[in-house]
Design a protein around this ligand. Structure first.
Ligand code: PHE
Length: 342
């Protein structure tokens, strides 16, 4: 290569662009009519004929290199200028586009609130499996072998002998906790439960319960009533009436069903309370001595109460929801209404 073309190639390669005005500077210096490449072309005619062809090719290549380098930088500059323009057009004082924030499901909201009320009373949170064995769901809870709740029409079995099923109530967690801990125990266990029931406005095959129990020396039925009365006052923010009706569960003795004033009609009578003015929110009672023995707790030394409440029911009363199916339909018009509730 000719010395003058080599020097110029180096010079072109070393030229570095810093600002858009360098584009013109580069063009004038190398590519312009009086630029360095043009000067070399001028030299062409002074060369002997046999050298002209090779030299001409070298200078042409230089021209291509310079042109390419200029074009690359020119394109980058245009891009940057475009971005600058876009930023100039952007009004930072404009209000935000209202975002769509999610909301918590009403069942989750109420479940958390229930747990919080009991935690303030010294109850500990416990969780258990949704797929349960016969011992924890039935046998330890004193269900006789032929109890109807064990049958196919109520229970979703996963396998038979050994019987494994979707738990039909959260009382199974009561057993698991009693097996694990020594009294005094205060425990609260929310969770999903499953029963083979036809779906309607008042019933579903999947719902939520919260189980609670307290075992210590000298725990009485009065403690149960006081605790649940306090709970209702805390959860519904007002004095509401609560009543206990005698009932039966194999795992409690005596047993009761708990009703509270229907908050949808304020006790006047409506579809949800079947015109009675009362809504059942769960079952309760004193833990059966046999259940204590099954879990290694001496019923002569300790007594305890237990209760199980339906979270859907409580949520319906708290938020005036008339159809239980709304909870599982995932209709955003329903769910969005809970956005403001934390
Ligand atoms: N497990 C009972 C039910 O599902 C409710 C209950 C719990 C009753 C604890 C008494 C004590 O209906």
């Amino acid at each position: 290569m000719h010395a003058s073309t080599t020097d110029l190639l180096n010079e072109i390669e070393q030229f570095s662009f810093h600002q858009s005005s360098d584009l013109d500077a580069f063009k004038n210096l190398f590519l312009g009519k009086k630029g360095k490449i043009a000067v070399l072309f001028e030299k062409l005619k002074d060369l002997p004929v046999e050298e002209r062809k090779a030299f001409g090719a070298e200078v042409n290549r230089l021209k291509d290199v310079a042109q390419q380098k200029w074009t690359v930088f020119q394109q980058q500059t245009e891009l940057l200028l475009d971005q600058d323009d876009q930023q100039k057009d952007f009004d930072f004082t404009l209000p935000d586009v209202p975002g769509r924030s999610g909301s918590r499901h009403p069942i989750s909201l109420v479940k958390t609130e229930i747990v919080q009320v009991f935690e303030r009373l010294g109850f500990n949170l416990a969780l258990g499996p949704e797929i349960e064995d016969d011992w924890h769901n039935f046998t330890a809870l004193n269900f006789p072998a032929d109890h109807p709740a064990r049958e196919m029409q109520d229970t979703f079995f996963i396998s038979r002998s050994p019987d494994i099923a979707l738990r039909t109530h959260t009382s199974s967690v009561q057993i698991r906790t009693m097996e694990r801990l020594k009294p005094p125990i205060r425990s609260i266990a929310p969770g999903r439960v499953f029963r083979n029931e036809a779906i309607s406005a008042r019933a579903h095959c999947l719902f939520h319960q919260v189980e609670g129990f307290y075992i210590d020396r000298g725990v009485s039925f009065k403690d149960l009533k006081d605790t649940l009365y306090h709970f209702c006052k805390e959860l519904f923010f007002k004095e509401i009436e609560i009543r206990f009706r005698p009932s039966f569960f194999p795992f409690t003795e005596p047993s009761a069903e708990m009703d509270i004033t229907c908050l949808l009609c304020k006790g006047k009578g409506c579809n949800v309370c079947k015109q009675s003015g009362w809504v059942e929110i769960g079952g309760a009672g004193m833990i059966h001595p046999e259940v204590m023995r099954n879990c290694g707790i001496d019923p002569d030394e300790f007594t305890g109460f237990a209760f199980g409440m339906g979270i859907e029911r409580i949520t319906m009363l708290k938020y005036q929801i008339k159809d239980l199916r709304l909870f599982t339909e995932n209709d955003v018009r329903f769910l969005n209404q809970f956005q403001a509730v934390t």
